[in-house]
Design a protein around this ligand. Sequence first.
Ligand code: C5P
Length: 215
Amino acid sequence: MPCRIAIDGPAGSGKTTIAKLLAKTLGIFYLDTGAMYRIVGLYLEKSDVSNDEEIENKLKELKLSFSDGDFFLNGKKVGDEIRTPDVGIYASKYAKNEIVRRYLTKLQREIAENENIVVEGRDIGTVVLPDAEVKIFLVATQEARAKRRFKELTEKGVKVTYEQVLNEIKLRDKQDSERNVAPLRKAKDAILIDSTKFSIEEVVQKILEVVKEKC
Ligand code: C5P
């Protein structure tokens, strides 16, 4: 039986750091589905698509693959260009589209099928892998998440203000939780963890205990 660990939660809840550390500790794969929405969001925004038919055609042209922890778009390795707040907004904008979600959900299932893997996103426990062996839902206040995200971005050399980051988080929370298709919500059987109450290591430790029990 594979061990698939679904980690969902809002922007800046610590998902990425926790999911990566967990995958490393367990020596298993890590899949960042947010990166996939960012890649497709940036691509569609650049392509200036204005309706579903154009989106569908653009997605047919696109070749998105995943190998050794890296994504490749039409053969080219994807880098930090997808990590800006603007690209976060494009991701969230196109993540509302049913065609985009169908396309990426299928790809995510193909990658995670029969793997021991940590998959992080918004709808992994509810839609992508509803039968995942372990489901975690991470939360934290908007201010705590904005602070964390601001620190991460400035350390990477991305020029942003704290207010920009906080506004981006507020906008994405609204878009992600109010959309009709696959909105951000906790799966009934997911374990809720407030990441502001614990250190990263403590959260990882908590998840490892669940993994021990379920996998
Ligand atoms: O995780 P990250 O913040 O990079 O995700 C960017 C955006 O992609 C989110 O705000 C959300 O709109 C979208 N997303 C999604 N479903 C996922 C992962 C990300 O809708 N599974």
